[in-house]
Design a protein around this ligand. Sequence first.
Ligand code: IPE
Ligand code: IPE
Ligand code: MG
Length: 258
Amino acid sequence: MSDQVALATPGTEEAELLERMDRARLPRHVAVIMDGNGRWARQRRLPRVAGHRAGIESVREIVEISARLGLEVLTLYAFSVENWKRPKSEVRTLMRLLKEYIRIELNRLAGGNIRFTAIGRIDELAPSVRRELQHAMEMTERNSGMKLNVALNYSGRAELVDAFRRIQSMSEKRPVTVSEDLISDCLYTAGVPDPDLLIRTSGEMRLSNFLLWQVAYAEIHVTPTYWPDFRRKHLFEAILDYQKRERRYGGIRNGART
Ligand code: IPE
Ligand code: IPE
Ligand code: MG
């Protein structure tokens, strides 16, 4: 009960949603395409970067609540390989906000037993960003609680290319048998269960090159809410939606007869 109080203020809509949630059937891994920062800003006649700044507050809340709820893995899509196409000033602000987020939140992540990992082509990021990421990964590597993956300079296709290249170089040393397990083990997410629930904010119905291999059987929840407005209430709604789904994995309904 004290935990319920900590996760939601009694009498609020989120407390009611939390009550309806089956805490024994949480998704193990939730992945989020954090979208709509630009539209959130435009709605307020603000520059796009104001939307990115506001989005940090959502990251803070969702990371904290996910860990306290007991999710094993949370993966956030923060910057795609394709996002380099944006104006230089916007990219610069996004990188600056990322560094700021880590600097401000690192103690909280470490104290919350959260393990931080950056996934993507990290070696192509600026040295100052890499240093910050490296520091955060080292500071939290022994944490045993929720794993927080932040996808940066990430592309699902690039991840598969990187995995196949690894397999190719392995095969130059010894014979290898290509299997689903081997491919999974060569992805950035090696050792992490596939996402059970994929959330996309701002209403877009597409994957935008995110975790293409891993979402094979993820349940998808799209909310019209823009990322800067996304709070625990929306996460609870997404989890409740997930809990209503029947996951069949190509089989037939549990207990159904032919
Ligand atoms: C998501 O918001 C943040 C990133 C992709 C970095 P957008 O910046 O894509 O916002 P919209 O889609 O233009 O509203
Ligand atoms: C996906 O959002 C990438 C991230 C959330 C980091 P985009 O806004 O870049 O995707 P598209 O362009 O709408 O497909
Ligand atoms: Mg977008």
